[in-house]
Design a protein around this ligand. Structure first.
Ligand SMILES: [Zn+2]
Length: 196
């Protein structure tokens, strides 16, 4: 079974409590994407989730896109590695703050500024700011794998509709079901793409 491995990249000095809250969401989001990909694209991944902490005295003293590409190669290119990072991509063709290559994904991870934010509000923040960008990158990779030659442009046209033309993101609840209620996860509408 192919492996989809999410890696939450944090700074050494990052606020522990806040990153615990974020990582808790990352783990739930990783499981969600396992079922979303199975449902939408018919691929069953074994989903893994880890943290990678930049350590000023360790191997990963400074993590950047180059070190992530090397990390991906070192861990094994046959695994789909998806990095959630505290820095923005320095090079990307994307219209959002993410990057993708074969079996490689990256998204800039945003945290709520308000330390007293409720768990529910934090989840909604993560869904809107981060989960949507992750879905953009995963859709690139799924379409690429399926041999869609226009996968860059198709995803970006779809993204433009979401961001500028009031096409709604698809809302999922904590049980990975589509919901009209407050969502736990928000993703690009891949069905809008298939229908042109
Ligand atoms: Zn893109």
């Amino acid at each position: 079974m192919p492996v989809l491995h999410f890696i939450f990249v944090t700074k050494h000095e990052q606020n522990r409590a806040a990153s615990g809250r974020d990582y808790n969401y990352v783990q739930r989001m990783a499981a969600f994407y396992g079922s979303w990909i199975r449902e939408k694209f018919g691929i069953s991944y074994e989903v893994r989730c880890d943290e990678l902490v930049a350590n000023p005295r360790g191997v990963f003293d400074r993590i950047n896109m180059h070190t992530l590409v090397r990390d991906h190669e070192h861990r094994g290119k046959e695994t789909y590695h998806f990095y959630l990072t505290y820095f923005r991509p320095i090079w990307t063709d994307c219209t959002c703050e993410g990057y993708h290559a074969e079996n490689f994904g990256m998204a800039y991870w945003q945290s709520p500024k308000d330390a007293d934010i409720s768990e529910e509000d934090a989840d909604l923040f993560f869904a809107e700011k981060n989960c949507t960008v992750v879905s953009h990158q995963i859709l690139h990779e799924m379409l690429r794998m399926k041999g869609n030659k226009r996968h860059i442009q198709d995803v970006h046209d779809l993204w433009t509709k979401h961001v500028f033309s009031q096409l709604e993101f698809v809302q999922y609840d904590g049980s990975h079901k589509v919901t009209e209620e407050r969502p736990s996860f928000l993703v690009v509408d891949a069905s809008a793409l298939e229908s042109g």
